[in-house]
Design a protein around this ligand. Structure first.
Ligand code: UD1
Ligand code: CA
Length: 449
């Protein structure tokens, strides 16, 4: 269920699109669902449906399908909107809320196991809370058997004393669920169709309803406010960092000032300095050093890579023994092969620097392929954009590009050639040639021993 706006977030954005650790809340939930290897994952969308759909597809791809709930008339109505796709499916339906990101796969597995073992038509995941305010309560009879769920605002004084709450996570037999949904009425304080009423209806129709009580309340707590969002961010971050330190042998100079996504993988003996942000599915190898203020998003780094202070690396790949930064920017599939070096104030966009190549200072390389052992002088720019189209620059192996060279693409510089300082290269340069000037002209063939 992911259709609600989430009024208490006081936001224009749908609640499930708010992010923790660089991923939207909904991503955590569908990721947990995916790990159960379900036949399909149906998301009920409403507010910002398209954006929510994109976030889900990004996570689980083809497994995803969507049902639109035009008007948000309650959780019962939300599930009702999936009737046509699920009613006759003869399936076990696991219902999750898009705003409960900490739920663990193991817990969901146990709920399903409990559901199957008890032969229930409906199983409810519950937990006891010190302070159950705001949640639906699990009401049991004197023998302890389940009777109904009652929402906080509809509960009487006695029911409000109950500490056992409904997590909002359930397992249903599809047929029993959709039969019961027909009988749900919006007779409550909010005038909404409550999914929680289904449990009582299923019970009255003679089926078994079971409750699976778990111990860790944090796992099933929902994000309802910005304050909770920040708390979750903190918690997920801490546990990711702890796992990296304890299980994977990563050093954090200051774990309380590192921002690491739950999906990141980092190798042994890598050192993470303060205020580093690592987002998305980033993989970092062993023995790397990531200096203060760097941000690395959805990228792959090999072993023994040094990323110096305040570098930004997005959707890029860096092989082993490379050095980047300080203040470097790699993006859109930048690719550094082994032992390549990118220094300060260098931007690399959609370009490949082959083995051992260096661009040390104040350079822009866009849509370029730079050969092996080549040196790109300070201030070099690939002029890749003519105002309409982007063009490619190719620099072959063992080239020396002089300081402040403008490479006006499309252009190719042949192997072992050189450009003089300040050259504006508008025509291809053959191998073994020195060019210089504006526009650059051939000065001489370079003889090499
Ligand atoms: C719900 C439960 C409550 C439980 C709590 C646990 C009901 C009536 N109450 O309350 O017993 O203790 O979760 O967190 O179900 N949604 C839709 N369409 C709608 C309404 C909601 O898709 O019309 C989605 C929301 O986007 C959200 C989820 O359902 O992801 C839960 O809705 P929310 O309004 O947060 O329910 P609670 O009041 O928290
Ligand atoms: Ca909620």
């Amino acid at each position: 269920m992911a259709a609600g706006l989430g009024t208490r977030m006081k936001s224009q954005r749908a609640k499930v699109l708010h992010e923790i650790g660089g991923s939207p809340l909904i991503a955590y939930v569908v990721r947990a669902a995916q790990a159960l290897e379900p036949r399909s994952i149906i998301s009920i969308v409403g507010h910002q449906a398209e954006e929510v759909e994109r976030a889900v597809v990004a996570e689980v791809g083809e497994l995803a399908s969507f049902v639109v709930q035009e008007k948000q008339r309650g959780t019962g109505d939300a599930v009702e909107s999936a009737r046509s796709v699920l009613e006759n499916s003869d399936s076990l339906v696991l219902v999750l809320s898009g705003d409960v990101p900490m739920i663990r796969v193991e817990t969901l597995k146990k709920l399903i196991e409990h559901h199957n073992n008890t032969g229930a038509a409906c199983s409810i995941l519950s937990v006891r809370l010190e302070n159950p305010t705001g949640y639906g309560r699990i009401v049991r009879d004197n023998s302890g058997a389940f009777r109904k769920i009652v929402e906080q605002r509809d509960a009487n004084d006695e029911e409000r004393q109950v500490r056992e709450i409904n997590s909002g996570i359930y397992c249903f037999e599809a047929k029993a669920l959709f039969d019961a949904l027909r009988k749900v009425e919006p007779k409550n304080d909010q005038g909404e169709y409550y999914l929680t009423d289904v449990a009582e209806i299923i019970l009255a129709s003679g089926h078994t309803v079971s409750v699976y009580l778990i111990n860790d309340p944090r796992e099933v707590s929902g994000v309802n406010t910005r304050a909770e969002l920040a708390e979750f961010e903190n918690r997920i971050r801490r546990s990711a960092i702890r796992r990296l330190m304890i299980d994977d042998g990563v050093t954090f100079i200051d774990p309380s000032h590192a921002y690491i996504s739950a999906q990141a993988q980092i190798g042994r003996d890598t050192v993470i300095h303060p205020n580093v942000t690592i987002e998305g599915k980033t993989v970092i190898g062993e023995g790397c050093v990531i200096r203060a203020g760097a941000r690395i998003t959805n990228s792959r780094l090999g072993d023994n890579v040094t990323v110096k202070d305040h570098s930004v690396i997005v959707d890029s790949q860096i092989e082993s023994n490379c050095s980047v930064g300080p203040f470097a920017h790699l993006r859109m599939n930048a690719m550094l092969e082994e032992k390549a070096t990118v220094g300060n104030f260098v931007e690399v966009k959609k370009s490949r620097l082959k083995r051992g190549t260096k661009a040390m200072h104040l350079t822009y390389l866009g849509d370029a392929t730079i050969g092996e052992r080549t040196n790109i002088g300070a201030g070099t720019i690939t002029c890749n954009y003519d105002g309409v189209n982007k063009h490619e620059t190719i620099v072959e192996d063992d080239v020396k590009i002089g300081s402040d060279t403008m490479l006006v693409a499309p252009v190719r510089v042949g192997a072992r050639s050189m450009t003089g300082a300040g050259s504006v290269v508008t025509k291809d340069v053959p191998p073994d040639t020195l060019v210089a000037g504006v526009p650059a002209e051939v000065k001489k063939k370079i003889r090499r021993s």
